[in-house]
Write a protein that binds this ligand. Structure first.
Ligand code: GRF
Length: 209
């Protein structure tokens, strides 16, 4: 069986990208990363890809002149490279509807909370953990979900919790959650690569091997 081709979209340090790279190199994920695309110049995630001889491409609004032209070029690139799965690994730009429709249930995102808590427009990165800290939650965690037109609203694939102690602060919450992200995102990619994910009425069934 030929390996599925993945495009990973990033905007920053790429620690989730690294978790996928490691999963592939360890033989845990039966897939190949065809390209890493960043909407920001000079982010460390690009260096991570280059270290593993993975193609990279920076696609910023400035390079293409407008967000619309950038997104058109992104869709063309994904189709030209016959991408099977798009992984949003800390990608902070909004995907346009035409890409979401073209890749229905073939785009996954990692969100640093237990959706629907602390999710949706405006909830990304540190803001998520600040909200969790301020609310005084006793557990938080991470969610991997398929991407649809609703921000963080797509079918949930995996979730995993972390305990929040009174002595935790925003930084320690973020660190605890990031460790979980690095576990469930590679697992979700593996399950997709094995063809074990089925969306039924907006819920995800995980088939045994
Ligand atoms: C992670 O916290 C992830 O939950 C969020 O963006 C951050 C990306 O981190 N989507 P990294 O670039 O993968 O290290």
């Amino acid at each position: 069986m030929s390996k599925i081709k993945i495009a990973v979209l990033i905007s920053g340090g790429g620690s989730n990208l690294q978790a996928i790279i490691d999963g592939i190199n360890e033989g845990y994920i039966p897939a190949e990363i065809d390209i890493v695309i960043s909407n920001k110049e000079d982010v460390y995630g690009l260096k991570r890809a280059e270290k593993h001889n993975i193609d990279t491409k920076v696609m910023t609004k400035a390079i293409y002149g407008s967000i619309e032209k950038r997104n058109k070029a992104l869709l063309e690139l994904l189709k030209k490279r016959n991408i099977d799965l798009v992984v949003l690994a800390g990608y902070l730009a909004i995907l346009p509807t035409e890409i979401i429709k073209e890749y229905e249930n073939k785009i996954i995102n990692i969100h640093p909370s237990l959706i629907p808590s602390f999710a949706g427009d405006g909830f990304y990165g540190r803001r998520v953990h600040e909200s969790a800290f301020n609310r005084g939650v006793k557990i938080s965690g991470a969610t991997v979900h398929f991407v649809n037109e609703i921000t963080d609203g797509g079918p949930i694939i995996l979730q995993k919790t972390v305990d929040i102690d009174f002595d935790d602060d925003v930084e320690t919450i973020a660190k605890k959650v990031l460790e979980i992200e690095h576990k469930i995102l590679p697992l979700a990619v593996k399950l997709f690569a094995q063809g074990r994910l089925e969306v039924i009425n907006n819920r995800v069934k995980i088939h045994e091997k």
